[in-house]
Design a protein around this ligand. Structure first.
Ligand SMILES: NC(=O)c1ccc[n+]([C@@H]2O[C@H](COP(=O)([O-])OP(=O)(O)OC[C@H]3O[C@@H](n4cnc5c(N)ncnc54)[C@H](OP(=O)(O)O)[C@@H]3O)[C@@H](O)[C@H]2O)c1
Length: 304
């Protein structure tokens, strides 16, 4: 039976450690603070931001939720970020993506002070990470490493195949795996014969954004599979393709009219040695690592 890598338990352990650090900082009169910027009314973004703000409250981190309207301009957003850069009680600035089409996302991410860039998206932090200097690393890739480490999955000398090369997930995940001494291959949409490469993976990271794309024929038996994908499916045909005969999922689908599937087909998990479920895997780590980064930013800004 493959081992399920329990994102909830690992995220809870990290949050507990962060809460402990927050307490120690409080004894020195320091309270880490996070500003969360949520533009418009994208339902999924609202859910993500709510869970981030709630985690702050649980851990004793100050948070400020700022909600500009859907019609906001790049200029207004840059002014807002500049004001947050200046606020001393704010250690981390989170801009929930995606932003409306009229807003220049890259300009905004560049406007965040690198020292407050708790998402690790600023080019300065991306460069520092690449150069092996202390940096705020993007939360999802950092969470992947925590899952592997805390589950006792060896990385040194292992062949890690990362499918996806986004600046948010694939690329930084590959760099972090390299620092763990894995032998890393990065694949993307132009990769020829993807299955021939993924079948070589001891550790397979799927960050593609395509429901159930990695099938059982693409997996080496016994491999560790990290499924980063979060894809909502709402048709009966799609549901049956992934979850036919799964009573628990059937009940959830009937209730909500949709469900979530990762980038890996559930049948592929059956071959794995260990895997992260969707939901309940990597996604939970992203919030935990955001909390950890906020405390880290608070300490780094004060030279602690
Ligand atoms: N768990 C979490 O907390 C979390 C956080 C962030 C993202 N996600 C999820 O992770 C997934 C990836 O997110 P992302 O932001 O990295 O997405 P993205 O920016 O759209 O990047 C997707 C990557 O997958 C590659 N790709 C697309 N189709 C492919 C194919 N047929 N074969 C091989 N590679 C292919 C793309 O290649 P090209 O570069 O060649 O186009 C690209 O590099 C999404 O499902 C997203 O919802 C989860």
């Amino acid at each position: 039976m493959p081992k399920i890598l329990d994102g909830a338990a690992i995220a809870a352990a990290i949050k507990q450690e962060v809460a402990e650090e927050v307490k120690q900082l409080a004894a020195q009169g320091i309270r880490p603070g996070l500003a969360a910027v949520l533009v418009g009314n994208v339902a999924a973004s609202e859910i993500y931001v709510r869970s981030k703000v709630q985690s702050c409250a649980e851990l004793g981190i100050y948070s400020d939720l700022i909600t500009p309207p859907e019609t906001v301009t790049t200029e207004d957003m840059v002014d807002l970020i500049a004001a947050l850069n200046d606020r001393d009680e704010i250690d981390g600035i989170l801009i929930q993506l995606p932003l409306p089409a009229q807003v220049d996302t890259k300009a905004l991410l560049d406007a965040v002070l690198p020292a407050k860039d708790v998402d690790g998206f600023h080019p300065v932090n991306a460069g520092r990470l690449q150069a092996g200097r202390p940096a705020l690393a993007p939360c999802t890739p950092a969470g992947i490493i925590e899952i592997l480490k805390r589950s006792g999955i060896p990385m040194a000398g292992q062949h890690a195949v990362v499918v996806g090369r986004s600046d948010l997930v694939g690329k930084p995940a590959a760099i972090l795996l390299l620092y763990q001494n894995a032998t890393v291959t990065i694949c993307h949409s132009k990769t020829r014969d993807l299955g021939a490469i993924t079948r070589q993976a001891d550790i397979l990271v799927a960050a593609i954004g395509r429901p159930g794309y990695i099938g059982p024929e693409m997996v080496k038996p016994g491999a560790t599979i990290i499924d980063v994908g979060i894809n909502r499916i709402s048709t009966r045909e799609e549901f049956d393709r992934f979850f036919a005969g799964n009573a628990k999922r059937e009940a959830a689908f009937a209730k909500r009219g949709s469900t979530i599937v990762g980038d890996v087909h559930p049948k592929a998990f059956e071959l794995a040695g260990a895997y992260t479920p969707v939901p309940g895997g990597v996604g939970l780590l992203t919030v935990a690592m955001l909390m950890a980064n906020t405390v880290r930013a608070a300490k780094m800004r004060r030279g602690l």
